[in-house]
Design a protein around this ligand. Structure first.
Ligand code: GDP
Length: 355
């Protein structure tokens, strides 16, 4: 699963890529002009569990970030340059809201609402074009041979087409699971979960106020909004931990915004974490929300899924409240769950299995 980090030129994408992955975009592994990096999902629960278990190793969940070339407004609509974005599972759109005389803006002035609309329209037109080509093809096929399946597909894609024509992104349309099966392979851009990163100047509180209406509008339509100053975050990332804490105290924040962004990115992929804890390792494992205990066990090792007997489970909150694993065991807070158990975000799990 990966997220595409997109936006107009010079908005802070490469800076955000570096904050998330620790990699300089130009030096990161790349293919077909797209840079790739792995982002650590910063989860304070893992820090707390690590403090409790003092393990030899601590491992956070990870997600892949793809950085395609800049979006250029008024490129040929629906052309191949959007293909790398189609292949991603979700989108992080970086938008410039910082003022600077040294950084040019491709549309001349700083206007995040306009930039969001510009990119959204590119996506809408590309998707619209896709529906038109697809409908043309289905109609041709239906003229040759009747097919209830194709009729159903035609109905769903016509619905997509009408929504797009009304300038409504497909992620705001309710689709049944059956509909989704018919359209998933078309990789619609406007269907992907969207995180908008508003890259603000040094005065974050003032910027949040200034762009509050825009943020509210985006949130109301189901998108995630993260305010972040890439310049400040970059400075924070270069400090040692004592200096970083002092700077964060000055800023009145408890963690870097890029850490929150990593969690938003994880969540918008529909993932949750369960944890395994012991003296060797404390580790977060990503699973799709709704996964059963054996499926979660299979993430650790296929043998654990095959030989699954039970999952001994305690919620993160209950374990932290108990103070230690020993105290939680004495208070009999762990539950033995069978193969139908649906794993919850924050479950601390030990798998019992047959070899
Ligand atoms: P990209 O072209 O979207 O990948 O943007 P970059 O991350 O390369 O940033 C473009 C320029 O804007 C660089 O000179 C950055 O130093 C600068 N920049 C990025 N974020 C900020 C910010 O939050 N504040 C200021 N003042 N400059 C920034």
């Amino acid at each position: 699963m990966n997220l595409g980090l997109i936006g107009l030129p010079q908005v802070g994408k490469k800076t955000v890529f570096r904050l998330l992955t620790g990699l300089v975009a130009e030096k990161a592994p790349s293919k077909d002009g797209i840079s790739y990096g792995i982002a650590t999902v910063r989860d304070p629960r893992i820090d707390a569990l690590s403090a409790m278990f003092s393990p030899k190793k601590t491992k956070y969940a990870e997600i892949e970030i793809a950085l395609p070339p800049d979006i250029q407004p008024d490129n040929a609509r629906g052309a191949a340059w959007l293909d790398p974005i189609r292949r991603t599972d979700a989108i992080i759109h970086v938008v410039r809201a910082f003022a600077s005389d040294h950084v040019f803006h491709i549309l001349n002035d700083v206007n995040p609402a306009r930039d969001i609309e510009t990119v959204e329209l590119e996506f809408l037109f590309a998707d619209l074009d896709m529906t038109e080509r697809r409908l043309e093809r289905i109609n041709k096929e239906l003229r040759i041979k009747a097919s209830p399946q194709k009729e159903k597909e035609k109905e769903v894609i016509t619905r997509c087409h009408d929504q797009l024509q009304a300038e409504k992104p497909l992620r705001n349309v309710e689709f049944s699971e059956e509909d989704m099966k018919l359209i998933r392979s078309l990789q619609f851009l406007t269907l992907k979960p969207m995180i908008t990163v508003i890259n603000v100047g040094e005065d974050i509180a003032a910027a949040q106020k200034e762009h509050a209406a825009l943020a509210a509008e985006l949130s109301a339509r189901g998108d995630t909004v993260v305010f972040l100053s890439a310049a400040i975050e970059q400075e924070l990332s270069e400090l040692d931990s004592a200096e970083r804490q002092a700077f964060m105290d000055d800023l009145g924040i408890t963690e870097p915004a890029s850490h929150r962004l990593s969690r938003s990115a994880f969540e918008c992929l529909g993932l949750i974490s369960f944890f395994t804890c012991g003296p060797d390792e404390v580790r977060a494992w990503p699973v799709t929300a709704g996964s059963t205990a054996p499926q979660a066990a299979g993430k650790i090792h296929s043998d654990l899924e095959r030989g699954f007997i039970r999952a001994e489970t305690i919620s993160y909150d209950a374990l932290i409240a108990a103070g230690s694993e020993k105290a939680a065991k004495e208070a009999k807070l762990h539950k033995l769950n069978g193969k139908d158990y649906v794993v919850q975000d924050g479950d601390v799990i030990e798998i019992r299995f047959n070899v």
